[in-house]
Write a protein that binds this ligand. Structure first.
Ligand code: NDP
Length: 472
């Protein structure tokens, strides 16, 4: 019997995906560049071994899969993917499907589509979210490529995906780079979510002087309400954990320097390229950049020696309630931005991204999974097209309830000297978006003054210049 599907790359994600595929009853042929890893993987697969065909050459891999073949590549993003595709070309036949399941930049995916266009091979760019655990037991899967090619792998992908109330969290989202683009924005939103949670942690730790376990209990409590989500849940767990070496809270022993692999940055870059404001996502990327300057920050703390700022004081229960609502308001703004970026990309690349479907396949399996995404999916379904999530009736109600808390928290944080870059950006975005008359009339006047760029008038159509005379 031939394998239903092939998989290349038995690293963290690939090995877990392969076990997931095997467990769902689909025979899978696997290959890894370092062949010793293939053997180790097979040995450790236990009773799933009967569903796994370990291969030491690509010829062997190709011969083990039923045609038209479908092969998932799950290797390090970038050059390695191009090398794998090139190597596969000589062993595959017309009609076979190559699926890049790594975190590709969607612009690379589009390039690979055009490179493979006349090769006889079909390409699919597939975003996978959920980390190691998701890959093993059910990730969220975002597919881009030819729709008919998706039909060949749909059964396997929906079987291995996470389920939300029985509905698979896997879907075909559009042609070429659509899947990888949506995965990128998923990660951009994830950056914003994580940063805003960290900012709230900062207020609880430095504004209210709370200990990690107390803070963890607050997140555990919030996880029962409107903030219910995977990231809030794991935050509570992280804050409860002790360091086995020192016995101190684990989080206190971790250096405050965040890593990043690029998807957050790509989200910010693509937002700017598309002309969409995604400030909370940008702020989250910037915050990771500033976090990396540990030594400079220590020196600056000494140089400024600010110690006389007012602390957060007053009714702790009221402050905690405000923090919960403030985080919720920030989350709404960040998701509004992420979906606005996808909307613009959808139009620019003619993808027709199905927004309700995207919200639905993010309800389980992926890192940003939450109760909130269910509300979001409903809003998109009820409203059809929305200029911005902030204009969905349900979101207007939620934001009206939550924004006063965001203001109060940010005002006090500013006085206390506690940085909340993503949350501040979220409020500034909201206030700019809901301000019918802004201040760009002045920008236009300045531009016309120094560059004769012209401006529009409020009382007449056309382009005009101001009475600046020779001073411009
Ligand atoms: P790992 O580092 O665990 O594994 C990397 C794999 O890529 C190994 O199988 C390695 O083979 C292979 N590889 C690296 N370079 C080459 C090359 N030049 N030619 C052939 N094979 C190569 O990575 P992950 O499993 O974490 O990540 C894989 C992909 O999944 C990445 O795109 C990542 O961004 C994405 N991803 C990761 C998530 C995570 O939580 N880790 C979540 C979602 C997506 P060898 O054993 O020979 O070195």
């Amino acid at each position: 019997e031939k394998a239903e599907i092939g998989l290349i790359g038995l690293g963290v994600m690939g090995s877990n995906l392969a076990l997931n595929i095997a467990e769902k009853g689909h025979p899978v042929a696997v290959f890894n560049r370092t062949t010793s890893r293939t053997g180790e993987f097979f040995e450790a697969a236990g009773n799933l071994r009967e569903m796994i065909v370990p291969c030491t050459t690509l010829q062997d891999l190709a011969a083990s899969i039923r045609p038209p073949r479908a092969i998932i590549i799950m290797v390090a993003a970038g050059q390695a993917v191009d090398e794998q595709i090139a190597a596969l070309r000589s062993v595959l036949s017309d009609g076979d499907i190559v699926i890049d399941a790594g975190n590709a930049n969607f612009r690379d995916t589009i390039r690979r589509f055009s490179e493979l266009k006349d090769s006889g091979l079909t390409f699919i760019g597939m975003g996978v979210s959920g980390g190691e655990e998701g890959a093993r037991h059910g990730p969220s899967i975002m597919v881009g490529g030819p729709r008919d090619a998706y039909a060949r792998v749909e059964k396997v992908l929906t079987d291995i995906s996470a389920k939300y109330e029985g509905e698979p969290c896997a879907a075909w989202l559009g042609p070429d780079g659509a899947g990888h683009f949506v995965k990128t924005i998923h990660n951009g939103i994830e950056y914003a979510d994580m940063q805003m949670i960290a900012e709230i942690y900062g207020v609880l730790r430095d504004g209210l002087g709370m200990q990690p376990k107390e803070i963890g209990a607050v997140f555990d409590e919030w996880n029962k309400g409107r903030l219910n989500s995977y990231l809030i849940e794991i935050t509570g767990k992280v804050l409860a954990a002790d360091d086995p070496q020192t016995g101190k809270p684990m989080v206190d022993m971790i250096l405050d320097r965040a890593g990043q692999k690029g998807t957050g940055k790509w989200s910010a870059i693509e937002a700017q390229t598309l002309g969409v404001s995604a400030t909370a996502i940008e702020a989250a990327v910037s915050a990771r950049i500033l976090s990396s300057l540990k030594d400079e920050r220590l020196a600056a703390e000494k140089a400024y020696a600010i110690s006389d700022l007012p602390k957060f004081s007053g009714d702790r229960q009221a402050i905690l309630r405000d923090l919960e609502l403030a985080l919720f308001a920030g989350k709404i703004a960040a998701y509004a931005q992420g979906f606005a970026v996808m909307d613009a990309a959808s139009k620019q690349f003619d993808w027709r991204l199905p927004m309700p479907t995207i919200a639905k396949i993010w309800r389980a399996g992926c890192i940003i999974r939450s109760q909130f995404l269910g509300t979001l999916a409903e809003a998109f379904q009820q409203s059809g097209t929305l200029p911005n999530l902030l204009m969905a009736p349900a979101f207007i109600d939620m934001m009206k309830e939550a924004h006063p808390s965001l203001r109060r928290i940010l005002a006090r944080a500013a006085e206390a000297g506690l940085p909340m870059p993503a949350m501040s950006s979220a409020l500034a975005y909201f206030d700019s978006y809901r301000q019918g008359r802004g201040t760009s009339n002045l920008i236009q006047a300045q531009r016309d003054f120094f560059g004769a760029h012209g401006f529009e008038r409020i009382d007449a159509k056309g382009a005009f210049h101001g009475p600046w005379g020779d001073s411009g």
